[in-house]
Design a protein around this ligand. Structure first.
Ligand code: 1VU
Length: 313
């Protein structure tokens, strides 16, 4: 099991055409804020949104401590907007990542990597003191799912994959159901590819219901389903989804307690020369201990007090 080095439990889209939403985003506690230049911005507003976003990022003296990562979703490489998006924003201060929609093949990522190399060479230099601009690819078509292997190998800056259910459903004439069974193959392929290529994150589909208790219930069920499939985060469209999503994608308290007990007991079992042993009637061996280490490391990253739990055992 991989221990993600970047925490991206919630990726919140913020339309860059709205100054109000962008200002609001700075007050939120989210692992990732992604300012959107794509689907939430009309063609007539693309230019204004782009410059407004650059000014917004430039106005920040620092990224707020409650935000893990600031990203921009550019327009698809096949559109006339992508080049301007990249040249305007690649060198913007405080920007950590570029989210690229409708990635269909490796050449889409090569294009973005090449433009960044020219427009903002300092962001992709070999200087170890500068943090590279990371790339996150949206997988939205049958073609992209079939080409995951070459997409994942296309850029050294690729840091995650996102599943975009709406466009994927359109591409395949899929009728969406609450259980999401129709997306099983694509979602599983994305999680597997991200792991195989050591990408830190695989981020699941958007839950478009966000209002009231019904919205929360559906979001919790989708998060649980995504987490069980191996995703480590989910796209959000409204601030109210962020807390729920980050809670659901963090290890649960009971799970962390169990795995802390496994690690404490493993120290004793190892000292006694035992590779397989039992705890509460369950067989524990190397893969379980490996999973325990990964879950406890993620819990620590999510702010849980592991030493306090350990002290109880
Ligand atoms: O309480 P305040 O007045 O201070 O703030 C409002 C509102 O401004 C703010 N807010 C947001 N702030 C930042 N980012 C957001 N995405 C955002 N949404 C709302 O939160 C407070 C409460 O807002 P609200 O409940 O009154 O919400 P609205 O009716 O204003 O907006 C609802 C929508 C859904 C339109 C809005 O949340 C939105 O535009 N979300 C993002 C949509 C988007 O980016 N779509 C493209 C990406 S998703 C995709 O491509 C796949 C489906």
């Amino acid at each position: 099991m991989a221990t993600s080095s970047v925490l991206r439990r919630a990726l919140l889209y913020v339309p860059a055409s709205s100054q109000k939403f962008m200002t609001k985003s700075l007050s939120l506690a989210s692992d990732n804020i992604t300012y959107d230049l794509e689907d939430s911005v009309t063609p007539a507003n693309k230019q204004t949104a782009r410059t407004q976003l650059r000014d917004h990022l430039s106005s920040l003296s620092n990224k707020p401590a409650s935000i893990g990562e600031l990203a921009v979703r550019i327009n698809a490489v096949s559109t006339p907007y992508a080049l301007d998006d990249l040249t305007t924003l690649a060198s913007a201060p405080n920007l950590d990542a570029i989210v690229i929609p409708k990635v269909n093949s490796a050449s889409d990522l090569s294009f973005v990597t090449d433009v960044i190399r020219h427009a903002a060479p300092q962001r992709h230099s070999s200087d170890p003191t500068t943090s590279p601009l990371k790339l996150i690819a949206l997988i939205e078509s049958a073609r992209a799912v079939m080409d995951l292997r070459s997409i994942c190998a296309a850029s050294p800056y690729l840091s995650g994959l996102i599943f975009a259910a709406e466009d994927f459903a359109l591409d395949l004439s899929i009728t969406r159901t609450p259980g999401l069974a129709e997306f099983l193959y694509a979602r599983s392929a994305i999680v597997t590819a991200a792991r195989a290529f050591d990408l830190p994150s695989s981020i699941d589909l958007v839950c478009t219901s966000y209002k009231g208790p019904e919205g929360v219930k559906q979001l919790e069920e989708e998060c649980q389903n995504g987490k069980e499939m191996g995703f480590n985060g989910k796209q959000c469209i409204h601030p109210s989804q962020v807390e729920v999503t980050q809670r659901m994608f963090a290890p649960a308290a009971a799970e962390v307690e169990w795995y802390v007990r496994v690690l404490v007991a493993d120290d004793k079992a190892s000292a006694a020369g035992r590779g397989a042993w039992t705890l509460d009637g369950k067989m524990i061996d190397a893969p379980v201990v490996g999973k325990a280490r990964a879950v406890v490391a993620k819990a620590a990253k999510c702010g849980m007090d592991i030493e306090n739990i350990k002290a109880k055992w």
